[in-house]
Write a protein that binds this ligand. Structure first.
Ligand code: ATP
Length: 267
């Protein structure tokens, strides 16, 4: 059974289904786009937020080009609940607000490769955010290359995948906004709208828009891998509390330097 939401009169409006989800992603897109556009139209109070405005404009430009080059059923997002793809997801949803409601899919194509040793917190956040943002999330527990090969075999229309890689990530150094996959990899176009965002800009965006994020970031993790190769970032060690010898860490958003981001990762 499905019910029409009372605040959404008229034809072609979102529907609330028995499980409580809107059938359309349009309301989410429109609400996010309104907030982001409002931010872009106002004078930013700090130089960091000014830089974030510029980064948003660039990223929306890249996403816009991707949406011109590929149809919605040809585009997917590589999503693992991390902060960088979270920003990318929000911007993608904003960009989709320009579509007519009935041109939008009910859920966004997304692909998640589960780590060999996953954090429960990451799994929980991926579940929560998939429900919030209406992701059509396909999960694979297998090596990355095999997972993408399987995903493309099972989703034959997908030609381009948005990825939240940034310049300071491993293999990020020479990427551009659009890069075909390297030889030996399943063929698709990788789109990198946030490639030149700095670490501090990612957090400024998330905190300015009060976007919920994975709880591990509040425990000093600054980049999320698996439980065996990821630990809180030593640069965020809090002052030791003498009554309690347990070491605590400051939240990820307190780190500033790009170079220190991966000090909590073993690779
Ligand atoms: P963080 O660095 O805090 O973990 P992140 O996961 O968004 O944030 P990276 O780990 O640097 O960023 O990974 C870069 C991008 O590669 C991600 O934003 C995402 O698009 C893609 N990606 C990485 N790992 C996975 C995965 N296991 N499943 C799906 N996509 C992934």
């Amino acid at each position: 059974m499905s019910l029409r939401a009372p605040e959404d009169p008229g034809d072609n409006t979102p529907i609330i289904t028995a499980n409580g989800y809107h059938e359309s992603i349009y309301p989410t897109c429109a609400a996010l786009a309104a907030r982001v556009n409002n931010f872009l139209e106002t004078e930013a109070p700090t130089s960091l937020l000014k830089a974030v405005q510029e980064q948003i404009r660039t990223a929306l430009g890249v996403i816009g080009s991707a949406l011109e080059r590929y149809s919605l059923d040809e585009i997917s997002l590589s999503y693992n609940g991390g902060k960088d793809c979270l920003v990318l997801l929000i911007l993608l949803l904003c960009a989709l607000a320009k579509y007519k409601k009935d041109a939008l899919p009910k859920a966004l194509h997304t692909v998640y490769i589960i780590s060999k040793h996953p954090f429960a917190e990451v799994g929980a956040f991926v579940d929560e955010s998939s429900a919030t943002y209406k992701l059509d999330l396909v999960r694979y527990a297998m090596p990355m290359k095999e997972a993408f090969r399987t995903y493309l075999e099972e989703h034959k229309k997908i030609k381009a995948i948005l990825v939240g890689t940034r310049r300071t990530d491993p293999h990020g150094e020479n990427l551009t906004h659009f890069d075909e996959t390297d030889s030996g990899w399943p063929a698709f176009m990788r789109v990198h709208p946030v490639i030149d965002w700095h670490y501090a800009e990612i957090w400024a965006f998330i905190r300015h828009f009060e976007i919920p994020y994975c709880s591990l970031y509040d425990q000093g993790y600054t980049s999320l891998g698996g439980t065996t190769d990821t630990h809180p970032n030593p640069a965020l060690k809090a002052q030791e509390n003498k009554e309690n010898s347990h070491q605590t860490f400051r939240p990820a958003y307190e780190l500033v330097e790009d170079d220190a981001e991966r000090l909590g990762r073993d690779w």
